[in-house]
Design a protein. Structure first.
Length: 175
């Protein structure tokens, strides 16, 4: 059974552009939309991510940086790990308690879960041919199980460490 390399190149490109563009838009909105960094910081504080400003800056920088790397196809599994990490934190701190569907009050987790899974799939695909990874000859080294492992472990461990060190949600009041 022959592998359709053109199909892998196309799939990787489409996923990189869509996920990279989404991350850049998301990070840009944290920095410059609505309440800007200060509003994002206050929102993070309200979810128990303290100090809020530090987390607003880290999330914004990660989303902008990872998004740009994905658009370029540079270090694709590590860039995808940035998406996994930020979305795992969002999944746990803001969306899990609201159920699956995003249209539920408080927004469910379907959106962030899909970003996590797309990022993992992209880590497995790697940058492929139409990427800087491909141009540098490292795409094959950073794809398959290696790419998926880098993406899932770096993103998941980064999120776990951040949550363990900084997430302090308010305790429910005793009745």
């Amino acid at each position: 059974m022959a592998v359709d390399v053109a199909g892998i190149d196309i799939a990787s490109f489409v996923l990189r552009v869509s996920l990279g563009g989404t991350l850049i838009a998301h990070g840009w909105n944290h920095a410059f939309g609505g309440g800007k960094i200060e509003g994002t910081a206050g929102w993070f504080e309200s979810m128990g991510l303290r100090p809020g400003r530090l987390h607003a800056l880290m999330a914004t920088g990660t989303e902008l940086g990872a998004g740009l790397l994905l658009l370029l196809g540079l270090l694709t599994p590590l860039a995808a790990a940035g998406a996994v990490g930020t979305m795992v934190v969002a999944f746990i701190t803001a969306h899990l308690r609201n159920g699956f569907f995003i249209f539920r009050p408080g927004q469910g987790y379907e959106y962030v879960l899909m970003i996590i899974l797309v990022a993992c799939a992209l880590g497995a695909l790697g940058g492929a041919g139409a990427s800087l990874d491909g141009a540098l000859g490292i795409s094959d080294d950073l794809s398959g199980w290696t790419g998926l492992t880098i993406t899932a472990l770096a993103g998941g461990l980064g999120a776990a460490l951040l949550l363990a060190a900084f997430w302090r949600p308010a305790r429910p009041e005793a009745s």
